[in-house]
Design a protein around this ligand. Structure first.
Ligand code: G6P
Length: 610
């Protein structure tokens, strides 16, 4: 979702801002812009095209200045247009904003009454006008006006403001939306995430919620919204700038699919020890970690929600703990009944998803025993605000469609449920040993499955020209069918639905014809026979089937049915391993449809507004 970058330096900042914006492109956006200050004059350039177009504009027209702010916008208030793109300027002030000002209509009416006119339809311009009003019309010092305006707004924001009369100072703030401060030598920066700033620094400050930062070339001061100074901690990032390059791959998504064996290895590193699960690396871990847990509530969004659905099967089967899973945007607005000894788990790649974070904050006052997050970003708000944090260690994920983050989330859930199973004595040492051995074999098993790459590329051609597709699975493979469908629709724009195969007869069977491919995930498990009956129901109605199996099925490939056999594996690994060919299928269908694989239309990687 929207990205901000800002810099105050002794060198020209336009190249730094543009590089930062290209590194934030993965978050998803529909327009972009930047504004620099030179000799107390603004140069502001904006476009509804990609960052490369903005770079070309800068090259052609020039964008001089040693202070500047820049933005990628994902439209919330007002269509994607040059007028609505950020930065917004009123008088001597320019602002970029990520988030939503919820009381913007009310503020706007009051400001119109004070004589303000608005060029754009954005809530951001209203926030800027509020700051301008307090600073210029009410005569408050800019920092005081900035803080007062922020106390007057409701909603979420990460913002950066520059005053062309005093370009030596950047004012920034965050509430509900992320930003980091990057520390250079005689230059300092701000961005929505560290990836944007890796070429210029590895030293970061992560301001808390409700922080204001005053930044010059030589100093960084952080305050609360009442301007009381806050202590800050400097953290070194171990990510390198190369971690977000495509390497030999055509797309980030393709690279991330093939990185999964290595990512899964990192996830389990140090967490399997002598045939048992060791979770001492979980932040907050103590000797009686989760000993009294009797219920689990899992809350997440998108692909992470699907991981949660798989987790429910494992928590109940391996640990005998009653579990339920909810979509965060639903959970946060209903009155949940919390049973005693309940653990609240959030799952998130970014750790900044607004609804998931809001659910965590709500849960903190609902009587849960503890909160635990499974997350890929160590410095994220979710990690910082949860009692326990288990990192997925997938490495930076840039493609909007989540791949390696999902399979590493699954592995964390498997480790956690196995751990709880042993603590709660639901599985014995032999069963625990067997699962640990399977997990140790997972990276190789994943590499072996990925060898089906070429076969899937050919298979995808059979989806050319199709507009609808059904994914079926049963039991723990049902959420994998949901995830397969989500991947396909996200990046190829083929309408796809995931269904529990047993539900087929209750509706979707009416849709079956030769134009709607049906993809089935059919590993060798106790439900295979039941699934085969469902497959026959589809065959009997002329449906075209693509069945991912492990060769044990009674079905034979024929003109109606294509069987894709994957290597045999331990059943606990099925959800992870069967996800891989579905990711590849979505990827190759997207290539055939010529869509933007890494930045699909309308989607954002990190959904920081609700
Ligand atoms: C967006 C992304 C998805 C992701 C979801 C939840 O929709 O495009 O890939 O699954 O947000 O994000 P999170 O960072 O919380 O896992």
């Amino acid at each position: 979702m929207c990205g901000i970058v800002a810099a105050v330096a002794q060198r020209q900042v336009a190249p730094i801002l543009l590089e930062g914006l290209s590194r934030l492109e993965y978050r998803g956006y529909d327009s972009c812009g930047l504004c620099t200050v030179n000799q107390h004059e603004f140069t502001c350039l904006k476009t509804v095209e990609k960052v490369t177009a903005l770079k070309a504009m800068v090259q052609k027209q020039g964008c001089p200045g040693t202070t500047g702010i820049a933005h990628t916008r994902w439209a919330t208030h007002g269509e994607p247009s040059v007028t609505n793109a950020h930065p917004h300027i009123i008088g001597d002030l320019a602002l970029v904003h990520n988030g939503i000002i919820e009381n913007f209509a009310e503020l706007k009416n009051a400001l119109i009454a004070e004589g303000y006119e608005f060029k754009s339809q954005t809530d951001t311009e209203v926030l800027l006008a509020e700051i301008h009003f307090l600073a210029v019309k009410k005569g408050l010092p800019l920092k005081t006006a900035f803080a007062k305006a922020l106390r007057n707004v409701k909603g979420s924001y990460a913002i950066a403001l520059v005053d062309r009369k005093n370009p030596e100072t950047l004012l920034c703030a965050r509430q509900g939306s992320p930003f980091v401060i990057g520390l250079g030598i005689e230059e300092n920066f701000v961005a929505s995430d560290v990836l944007a700033l890796l070429p210029v620094t590895h030293r970061f400050i992560y301001p808390e919620e409700g922080s204001i930062a005053e930044i010059t070339v030589s100093s960084v001061k952080v305050f609360d919204l009442n301007l009381n100074e806050r202590k800050t901690e400097i953290c070194e990032s171990d990510l390198d700038a190369e971690s977000i390059s495509k390497g030999k791959y055509r797309h980030f998504m393709q690279k991330e699919i093939f990185e999964q064996p290595q990512a899964l290895e990192h996830t389990s590193l140090g967490r399997i020890c002598d045939g048992t699960v060791d979770l001492s690396s979980v932040r907050g871990f103590t000797a009686d970690f989760l000993k009294n847990i009797e219920n689990i509530k899992i809350v997440a969004c998108g692909t992470s929600y699907h991981a949660g659905l798989v987790g429910k099967y494992w928590f109940e089967e391996l640990a005998g703990i009653s579990s339920s899973v909810e979509i965060a945007s639903e959970y946060r607005y209903r009155k949940a009944v919390v049973k005693p000894h309940s653990l609240f788990i959030t799952i998130s790649q970014s750790g900044e998803t607004a609804d998931t974070l809001a659910s965590l904050r709500l849960a903190q006052n609902q009587g849960y025993e503890a909160s635990l997050c499974i997350c890929n970003v160590a410095a994220s708000s979710l990690v910082r605000e949860s009692d326990y944090a288990m990192l997925t260690r997938a490495g930076a994920e840039i493609g909007v469609a989540s791949t390696k983050a999902f399979t590493t989330q699954l592995l964390c859930l498997l480790l956690l449920s196995t751990y709880l199973g042993t603590v709660q004595k639901k599985i014995n040492d032999t069963q625990c040993n067997e699962i640990c051995n399977a997990i140790s074999e997972l990276p190789n098993a994943a590499s072996e499955v990925l060898e089906c790459d070429h076969r899937i590329a050919l298979l995808a051609e059979r989806f050319a020209g199709k507009h609808h597709c059904l994914f079926l699975g049963r039991g723990i493979m049902y959420p994998i069918a949901l995830e397969g469908a989500l991947k396909l629709k996200e990046i190829s724009y083929i309408h796809a639905e995931g269904y529990a195969a047993g539900e087929l007869k209750h509706g979707p069977i009416a849709l079956i014809d030769e134009n709607m491919p049906v993809v089935v995930v059919a590993p060798d498990n106790e439900l295979l026979g039941k699934l085969e009956s469902n497959i026959e129901e589809v065959r009997a109605r002329g449906g075209k089937l693509f069945v991912f199996s492990q060769g044990k099925t009674n079905l034979k490939s024929d003109s109606q049915t294509e069987i894709i056999a994957l290597p045999a594996s331990n059943p606990v690994l099925h959800p992870i391993l069967f996800t891989l060919p579905l990711q590849l299928l979505a990827y190759y269908c997207a290539l055939i449809n010529g869509t933007d694989v890494d930045q699909p239309r309308n989607l954002a990687k990190s959904v920081t507004v609700e």
